[in-house]
Design a protein around this ligand. Structure first.
Ligand SMILES: [Zn+2]
Length: 449
């Protein structure tokens, strides 16, 4: 792939030139040639992954040395490096962290695995499995496994991925029985609850728990659903279990009453059945306008659950939020909510983690005001990375009608710019019409300024 440029040192421009050649692929070839090409391209992908690991490890070393020379304390020297890698690879900061961890392991502890990756004997995924499965071992044990399994390409040979994992675990257990126990306790440290969209405006709520906890939750829900069923409840056992889960987690007595916690952004046009702009649910994503209307109407019949109706001012032509500011150094509730509504998820490119912090783009210490324009919604990880030495951020929004623009400048001077997503377009509406709406959903109501 890189033959034509073999005489030049391999930098980004050489790689770009070689990649360009792929677009001019000669496709009028025999099937045998096609099979060879598929194999060669796979080799190139593995070799690229190995090269990326080396480059990432180099960046890691150079950045940390540079910060050490500046007198930055050791615990702050690695800050933001994973995020730099993520931005360069156009991936989430979480993936950046995995790539950096993998690069460190391959370069410093598993040289044989790295060599096989470079030679195309291992794919990036198989190398990842080797790194992952040895993560709980000491450096020495890890290196021993690296040598035993990867110093000879034939050892792992044509094992399937599952067999490969089993082989690594077998070696690990032989070297260090306690490692398996450590592994289990590390896994327990990863327990968490997440949610992601499912088809038909449903969502999956996933809890990663220890076996004991998961079995206990499932058994308790099943036992109590059986008791309710025995009293003649018309719902199915699965439905009752799901409702019980919601009731117990939210602490309210009826699963139907949940809307208090649902944060919905809808345009007035869509709300009053004059438009079909999708509504947006925080933590879920867009939902059809019709469904949002149904929720709003359902809320009307429920006296117990009352929530406020909030108005968000948006520019009618662009959907950009209008300015709002505070004298305080921290973002007060209303302003924070406005930023959440505007940004929806973390503003770092390729990161769609939920917002945890509202960050001053220009720091208060440097004269940055507490305004919506100078605020950005960030996840925990991105906020932390931004604190790293050499990181900067700026807002480049020229006027209020424009969508909010946020730019990150990494220590290498690379710039990454994002725009806030446009809000549903509002329509003019009389105040009477607005305030006569009874609400039980936390409604972000988009109105023309
Ligand atoms: Zn983020």
């Amino acid at each position: 792939m890189f033959d034509m440029v073999a005489s030049k040192p391999l930098d980004a421009s050489v790689v770009h030139a070689a990649v360009k050649q792929l677009a001019n692929l000669d496709r009028d070839v025999t099937d045998a040639a096609r099979i060879d090409l598929l194999n060669a391209l796979e080799h190139a992908k593995s070799a690229c992954a190995a090269a990326q690991a080396r480059v990432a490890a180099d960046l890691d070393r150079s950045r940390q040395e540079e910060r050490a020379a500046l007198g930055v304390p050791p615990e702050r020297r690695a800050r933001g490096i994973a995020s730099e890698i993520a931005l360069a690879r156009q991936e989430s900061p979480h993936m950046g962290g995995l790539h950096l961890g993998m690069a460190r392991a391959l370069v410093h502890e598993m040289p044989h695995t790295l060599t096989l990756l470079e030679r195309g004997v291992l794919s990036e995924w198989r190398a990842t499995l080797l790194v992952r499965e040895t993560a709980c071992l000491t450096r020495e044990d890890r290196s021993t496994i690296d040598e035993r399994l990867c110093s000879d390409a034939a050892t792992l040979g044509k094992l399937g991925n599952r067999a490969l994992v089993a082989r690594v675990r077998q070696e690990a257990a032989r070297l260090d029985v306690d490692a398996l126990v450590r592994r289990a306790s590390k896994a327990e440290g990863d327990r968490r609850v997440t949610s992601r969209p499912a088809p038909d405006t449903m969502a999956y709520l996933t809890a990663l728990l220890s076996v004991k906890q998961a079995v206990a939750v499932q058994a308790a829900l099943g036992r109590d659903a059986d008791a309710i069923l025995a009293q003649g409840d018309p719902r199915s056992r699965s439905q009752i279990m799901a409702d019980l889960l919601v009731e117990r987690a939210t602490g309210i007595s009826s699963a139907d009453g949940v809307p208090v916690t649902v944060n919905l952004v809808i345009s007035d046009r869509a709300l009053f059945e004059q438009g079909d702009d999708a509504a947006y649910v925080h933590g879920y994503g867009p939902i059809p306008a019709g469904l949002a209307r149904l929720w709003a109407k359902g809320a009307v019949t429920d006296d117990e659950v009352l929530a406020e109706l909030r108005r968000v001012y948006a520019n009618p032509s662009t959907g950009a939020l209008t300015a709002m500011e505070s004298k305080s150094r921290c973002f007060p509730k209303a302003l924070a909510r406005l930023i959440d509504t505007r940004d929806r998820t973390c503003r770092t490119p390729w990161c769609d983690a939920p917002i945890r912090h509202r960050d001053h783009i220009t720091a208060v210490a440097e004269g940055g005001p507490t305004t919506a324009d100078n605020g950005a919604g960030l996840c925990e990880r991105c906020n932390y990375a931004k604190e790293g030495e050499g990181w900067n951020a700026a807002t480049t929004t020229a006027d209020e009608a424009e969508l909010h623009s946020y730019e990150i400048i990494t220590p290498t001077g690379h710039r990454f710019r994002t725009e806030a997503p446009p809000l549903p377009k509002p329509m003019p509406l009389s105040p009477f019409e607005v305030y006569s709406l009874p609400e039980s959903i936390l409604l972000e109501y988009v109105e023309a300024a």
